[in-house]
Design a protein around this ligand. Structure first.
Ligand code: CA
Ligand code: CA
Length: 305
């Protein structure tokens, strides 16, 4: 009996042992390899030191109002105490759309309705960069169903050519996993996407990480190094994962910071992994707080320009 149980246990372990942790959706601890910042030079930054968003650096305007289970609205952005804050709040009335006349004829245009409001901000049209090191220091909202991210994009992401060379969505980090982990551990993750978001869409889950201190309670530094060979992801200056999946993007990309709400058609409902209803965990006004965003370029590249 004992022996049979032992062989069962060994069989079970070999099944789990055969799969990489990320394929099982399990979190892993960041590796210890430190980022070498000496090879970079700071070329763009926002420390959020003012009392409003610097619209010379950032852009809000987009025809997208409804986003999953909530709405993106400019009024949910605030710069205060040296930080950019993306607020999230459930409102019993629709906010006004200052871009209504401009965007109302877009195919997917939707009016604002009562519900969960949050926001996004991007450097699209203001700043983009090819290769380098990109870093943000932030604290993500501790709420099931809230999905905050620091990510990079360009229009080439939608071009279908079987590679990510023309553009890859680089998700430096995403907070998809608050209170969703089966062992009660909160994680963040990094992902890559290219060739649009329909049939040809290709995607790699680069990694999922347990981080100390808790990224849902404390500020954490997230970064990605991007060069012609690969993307290298960092948390608090330590390497977490690297990938060249699908070929590395060789087009300049812009930055985005955003929060999305679980659900569909503007109705907040289930969290992204269908583990339960949208739940605000102890805070009715969750905040995605960003201390700074900094972009660095390789000194080698700058010297050869
Ligand atoms: Ca700051
Ligand atoms: Ca492509």
């Amino acid at each position: 009996m004992k022996k049979r149980f032992l062989s069962f246990l060994i069989a079970l372990l070999s099944v789990f042992g055969a799969a990489a942790p990320e394929n099982l959706g399990l979190a892993r601890k960041p590796a210890d390899k430190a980022l070498d910042k000496s090879k970079f030079q700071l070329v763009w930054q926002d420390e959020f030191d003012g009392d409003s968003v610097d619209w010379n650096k950032w852009s809000y305007e987009w025809w997208v109002t409804e986003r999953r289970g909530g709405f993106w609205h400019k009024d949910m952005l605030e710069v205060k105490d040296g930080k950019l804050i993306i607020h999230s709040e459930c409102l019993d009335h629709a906010l006004e759309n200052e871009y209504y006349e401009k965007w109302k004829d877009e195919i997917d245009f939707k009016d604002y309705k009562p519900g969960w409001y949050t926001s996004q901000i991007t450097t699209n049209g203001k700043y983009e960069q090819k290769y380098g090191y990109f870093e943000a220091r932030c604290k993500v909202p501790a709420s099931t169903g809230m999905w905050s991210a620091f990510w990079m994009m360009n229009d080439g992401v939608y071009e279908i050519d079987g590679t990510g060379n023309d553009g890859t969505e680089i998700d430096v980090f995403e907070s998809l996993s608050y209170n969703l982990h089966r062992f009660g551990l909160d994680t963040v993750e990094s992902n890559l996407h290219f060739d649009g978001y329909r049939e040809a869409h290709r995607y790699k889950h680069v990694g999922k990480y347990l981080i100390k201190p808790d990224p849902y309670a404390d500020f954490v530094t997230y970064g990605v190094e991007w060069n012609p060979d690969e993307y290298i992801f960092y948390v608090n200056g330590k390497e977490t994962a690297r990938s060249s999946f699908g070929g590395v993007s060789d087009n300049p990309e812009y930055l985005l910071l955003s929060t999305e709400i679980a659900g569909n058609n503007g109705i907040a409902e289930e969290d992204p992994k269908n583990t339960g209803r949208m739940r605000i965990m102890g805070d009715e006004h969750p905040q995605f707080e960003i201390e700074y965003v900094r972009c660095y370029q390789y000194k080698d590249i700058l010297e050869n320009q």
